[in-house]
Design a binder for this molecule. Sequence first.
Ligand code: CTP
Ligand code: MG
Length: 225
Amino acid sequence: QRFSAVIPAAGIGQRMAADSPKQYLPINGKAILSYSVELFLDEPSIAQVVIALHPDDHWFNQLAISKHPKVTTVIGGAERVDSVLAALAQLSDDDWVLVHDAARPCLTPTDLHKLLTLAQKGESAILACPVRDTMKWAGATGLIEHTVDRRALWHAMTPQSFNCGLLRQVLKDAVNANVHVTDEASAMEWAGFAVRLVRGRYDNLKVTHPEDLPLAEFLIARQTR
Ligand code: CTP
Ligand code: MG
């Protein structure tokens, strides 16, 4: 079994609203993208890391990871799913692929290994966490309509792990059917394939808003100490 990683890094970070896309913001002197990618480069069973970049990207080539022999790049697309599809085109159908957001620099090797173990058994899986707050359903009025039973609710995270040929076909079919694909699993669910939720760490956060930066900084400093 050959394992590969796909890192969608072609977003512009609208919600972060920084001078560069958020994946290039430094945390303790190193770009967020470098943390997200190095975890896979350090994993001997991962043969290749394909990174999808924005067509106007002029930051990636300045990173040390850009010179790594396991790293290749592609031009991403307008939506995250387009970027993932562009990267999957570089891999063979028989590969097993782990898709991981460029903006999740706090993933731990322990959580990554949970997915690799399931992949060896041929199981599609994603990292996820049970929601912890009481969940409210509200309409445009801003008034609560009802409380959602949270016992069945999970936060979907990455990596998300699938056979490459299957994932490519299912993502293409979902896009053609106008399904709103927000993560790989959503397309798999739509196509009727089983996907396992693997309990991961709450601190595998996606850096999204400015207030996430000091959190990521704290978590990374603690991990590398
Ligand atoms: N992504 C991508 N191609 C896109 C859109 C997003 O490769 N067309 C990537 C982002 O770079 C990020 C991941 O998908 O690593 C998750 O997306 P998100 O957190 O939404 O990042 P952005 O789209 O950059 O942020 P925003 O939605 O705030 O603009
Ligand atoms: Mg986005």
